[in-house]
Design a protein around this ligand. Structure first.
Ligand code: PHE
Length: 346
């Protein structure tokens, strides 16, 4: 059969096929058979080179007209089979719309820093523990060598829940809880959590986070404290950071030691490259980073530990570390829940 005759037969053939079709999928099958990539029309077009060159343009034109006609017939039959509800379904679904991707949350910078600190101490063998934010006077003060009327209680502006019940002003009550629970050394724990003080200004919020550390064993000395905290601070702020230990006072440690690191903005110089005073360390070259010391024998006594055992403890403010690490200069950013801020810490 000549290809021109073949072309002319396509329309009547399709028409009779469509008359017999009884479902949408049969119409779709006819589409494939006639207009598909390997369908009847495509096959006829494959014979085009057999025609004399002068006949080819006319044949091409005719083939296009047939193609359009077949497409019309198929579409008309398709519409017939599309039920009303199917049509409605298609109208609702717009495949040209861009996809909607789910919004993914991210961890809060305070959580990120807390996790990182916990990871360092976990790798050293410390256990992570947690305890209540509403504490009794005993755990928050008394057992930590802060008897009633002790002037050092004024160091911390306490939020009272009721007589003898406070919002914990530091994570140090976890020292007492752990030692009472574990009966005897050795032990090494860190306790991350929220603490509360009656403070609210540019650099203080009534709630903030601390991480407490405590290690008790035989023969623990100040050099263990120095070694551990130096290693920890270099892990957290970078190998090049210098660490300084200064005498201080806390009722529950003796001796008490304040720990500074060399300023991470100016590298301890106190001034920036253009002689501009460093705004982070206020030209001192040092940043106060944590409080620490050797556990006071009075604390061991309060929890029933042998006063001959020895240990060191420390406490650090998490927001302060997060501000230094991420270069955040307004504490309130942490608590305003602004997604533009929070989304930057993924
Ligand atoms: N609890 C002290 C504070 O909140 C910090 C600290 C903890 C100091 C452990 C020494 C030992 O300031």
């Amino acid at each position: 059969m000549g290809i021109i005759a073949g072309l002319e037969r396509l329309e009547p053939e399709l028409q009779s096929g469509l008359e017999q079709a009884s479902s949408l999928s049969q119409v779709d099958d006819l589409y494939t058979a006639f207009l598909g990539r390997k369908g009847a029309l495509a096959q006829l077009m494959g014979h085009l080179p057999e025609l004399p060159a002068e006949e080819r343009p006319a044949f091409g034109k005719a083939a296009n007209a047939v193609k359009e006609r077949l497409a019309e017939l198929l579409e008309a039959r398709r519409q017939f089979f599309l039920s009303e509800s199917e049509l409605a379904e298609f109208a609702r679904f717009d495949p040209t719309l861009p996809g909607r991707s789910p919004r993914q949350g991210s961890l809060h910078p305070v959580t990120l820093v807390m996790d990182e600190i916990c990871r360092v101490f976990t790798s050293l063998g410390f256990d992570t523990v947690s305890g209540p934010e509403v504490e009794t006077d005993f755990y928050n003060f008394e057992a930590l060598n802060l008897p009633k009327d002790h002037p050092a209680r004024d160091m911390q502006d306490t939020l009272y829940v009721s007589d003898g019940v406070v919002m914990r002003t530091h994570t140090s009550p976890m020292q007492v809880r752990t030692m009472l629970e574990r009966k005897k050394p050795p032990l090494a724990i860190i306790a991350p959590g929220k603490v509360y003080r009656r403070d609210s200004d540019l650099t203080h919020t009534p709630m903030f986070h601390q991480i407490e550390g405590l290690l008790v064993d035989q023969g623990i000395s100040l050099s263990h404290l120095r070694g551990t905290l130096t290693m920890f601070l270099r892990e957290l702020f970078g190998k090049s950071v210098n660490v300084r230990f200064r005498p201080s006072f806390f009722p529950f440690t003796e001796p008490s030691i304040e720990v500074d690191i060399s300023c991470i903005l100016c590298g301890g110089e106190g001034y920036r490259s253009k002689g501009e005073p460093c705004r982070v360390c206020k030209t001192t070259g040092w940043l106060e980073i944590l409080g620490s010391g050797m556990v006071d024998p009075a604390v061991f006594k309060a929890v029933g530990y042998d006063e001959a055992c020895a240990g060191f403890a420390f406490g650090l403010g998490v927001e302060r570390v997060a501000m230094l690490k991420y270069g955040i200069d307004d504490l309130r950013m942490f608590f305003e829940n602004d997604l533009r801020f929070l989304g930057q810490f993924t």
